[in-house]
Write a protein that binds this ligand. Structure first.
Ligand code: IFM
Length: 439
């Protein structure tokens, strides 16, 4: 760990999200979300798995918080489930939903850990989707109302606020290619969902601040985009994909503008919303997993690019190529592109492997330790190159429900046996504990 030295005030954390760990999907007055609907639909999730129990965090959060305390992290990034707070997606809050998060957040604070809250991690209330979801402007207004409820109730305890997690994934996987809920296949006609999520971000930042919340940022996932070959056609395709995946979500917030490629696909009068979207941010959260390859589209492809796997690297069980230097490249490129980039937090970074409990009772995930060592080394290099990075949250505390891939990809520092809900800290847990404590 000798090259992994970080400033003493650097924030170390772990990340989770509500739908992936809570379970209890029909308890406490929670309403249905698009992910409940999607997971109940045949053929959408590997092995037909659902998240009705997940890691049972709704009931086992005291045990999970005790593990975080043992881990010694400074901060815990969790998400609120919108359908627990507003079961119909609008109107007065559900008291039981607020009470659950009161218990959770109070216990996190009592453990000496700072709560970092994501307002929305993809679990749209089903009635909101039925009214048009992220394809309609009203959802942004509904979202601001929801954020305001959370701000009023939790601003006194939550130390970092993230309105939306990875809006790109919702737009592309949820609405463009239908691999995730709500399962729509709209290709470039999904781009309005990016705008309405960006608008929801801006309105939520305003609503949270009005409610007294401070330290408000983002959690956008970004990838360096690599052209398959250094040809004009592949480079143009890579530039288009970069505009779609990275710049469409970063630039409205940071610059108050959209990349030219995207503009013709946006809703009419989108420009009127840009001042609302470009709220000053206290930090910019980056979720990094992998670079993305792009090539010129083949005959008959309706898109201006074709995705290409990045080859020549080991891969995780979630099919992600392991490219630590991609994190350095990404951060340095953001630093150069956006001179006014606020302080950065890595709000997610992690990997999935086939982790098993060995006969000695341990989980020996040296591959995760290697992954984290590589990525934190790359992060350190980015900081040495001038990027102002203030903290790192690894994904994830626990093994959890990995969306359409179900439970097979295991991302946790802690192994979860889904039959018994037994938690077993992996070797990487101990490694991270030592890193965090500086021993
Ligand atoms: O599990 C997801 C998380 O919900 C969002 N970011 C990426 C993670 C790993 O795929």
């Amino acid at each position: 760990m000798e090259n992994l030295t970080f400033p003493s005030e650097f924030v170390w954390g772990v990340s989770t999200s509500a739908f992936q760990i809570e379970g209890a999907t029909t308890e406490g007055g929670r309403g249905p979300s698009i992910w409940d609907t999607f997971t109940a639909t045949d053929g959408k999730i590997a092995r037909g798995e659902q998240a009705k129990v997940a890691a049972d965090h709704y009931h086992r959060y005291p045990e999970d918080i005790a593990m975080m305390a043992e881990l010694g992290v400074d901060a815990y990034r969790m998400s609120f489930a919108w359908p627990r707070i507003q079961p119909d997606g609008k109107g007065a809050p559900n008291a039981e939903g607020l009470a659950f998060y009161d218990r959770l957040i109070d216990a996190v604070c009592e453990a000496g850990i700072a709560p970092a809250a994501t307002v929305y991690h993809w679990d749209t209330p089903q009635p909101i989707e039925d009214a048009g979801g992220w394809l309609v402007r009203d959802t942004a207004e509904r979202f601001a109302e929801y954020a305001s409820i959370l701000g009023e109730h939790f601003a006194d305890r939550v130390k970092m606020w993230i309105p939306l997690n990875e809006p790109m994934v919702m737009s592309i996987y949820g609405y463009a290619i239908g691999e995730y809920a709500p399962g729509q296949f709209l290709l470039l006609d999904a781009i309005p969902t990016a705008h309405y999520q960006n608008l929801a971000h801006g309105l939520a930042v305003q609503a949270l601040r009005a409610a007294g919340a401070t330290n408000i940022g983002t959690a956008n996932n970004h990838s360096p985009i690599w052209a398959a070959a250094d040809t004009p056609a592949d480079n143009a395709a890579a530039a288009w994909l970069d505009a779609l995946l990275n710049r469409t979500f970063a630039e409205p917030l940071l610059l108050g503008s959209y990349p030219d490629e995207i503009v013709e696909h946006l809703p009419e009068r989108f420009a009127d919303d840009l001042p609302t979207i470009a709220q000053p941010l206290d930090f910019y959260g980056v979720n990094y997993y992998e670079p993305q390859g792009a090539a010129a589209p083949g005959e008959g492809n309706p898109l201006p690019f074709e995705l290409r796997p990045v080859e020549g690297y080991p891969v995780t069980t979630n099919d992600s190529p392991i490219v630590p230097d991609g994190l350095r490249e990404l951060l340095v490129s953001f630093h150069e592109r956006y001179p006014d980039l606020p302080p950065v937090y890595i709000t997610e970074n992690g990997c999935s492997f086939d982790d098993v409990v060995a006969s000695d009772g341990g989980v020996h995930d040296q591959d995760r330790i290697d992954f984290l060592t590589g990525h934190l080394g790359a992060l350190r290099e980015a900081m040495d190159a001038g990027v102002d990075v203030r903290g790192y949250f690894t994904w994830s505390l626990l093994d959890n429900f990995e969306w359409s891939k179900g439970y097979a990809p295991r991302f946790g520092l802690v192994h979860v046996d889904y039959e018994t809900q037994r938690r077993t800290p992996k070797d990487s847990f101990d490694w991270y504990r030592k890193l965090v404590s500086g021993t």
